[in-house]
Design a protein around this ligand. Structure first.
Ligand SMILES: [Zn+2]
Length: 124
């Protein structure tokens, strides 16, 4: 696949997972995000219910694994699913640090990836 085809595949997979999870009350935008530590990103939705899902073009150029591209899109959609929880847990009076919250959210995301991703990738 060309880079453009991989970007379009990432976007269409994210849109499909958003629809499957009923997260349809957001205006979702996509943009490249070249943070070298992340394959992709999910910005916290703002009060206008807009958010941007980012994809790392450097990573996309290096991979030809469609399952990994799809799973990365799934990961960001689960980040969106848990975004409000992350926001609530990160209130400045929170007992927990942002690192602890991020670890717990990623424990849940990896669990969902490992249990459901193979099933959900087949749903259209
Ligand atoms: Zn994540």
């Amino acid at each position: 696949m060309t880079l453009k085809q991989k970007i379009n595949f990432f976007k269409s997979e994210a849109k499909r997972f958003i629809a499957i999870h009923g997260l349809i009350n957001y205006a979702v935008f996509f943009d490249s995000d070249e943070n070298p530590e992340c394959r992709a990103s999910c910005e916290m939705p703002d009060s206008n219910r807009q958010l941007t899902i980012g994809y790392n073009e450097t990573w996309l150029r290096q991979t030809d694994d469609c399952d990994e591209i799809s799973k990365t899109a799934y990961h960001e959609v689960i980040e969106l699913l848990l975004a409000k929880l992350r926001l609530m847990a990160s209130e400045k009076e929170s007992y927990y640090s942002n690192v602890m919250i991020d670890e717990e959210i990623h424990r849940i995301i990896r669990l969902l990836e490992n249990i459901y991703f193979d099933k959900i990738k087949k749903i259209s």
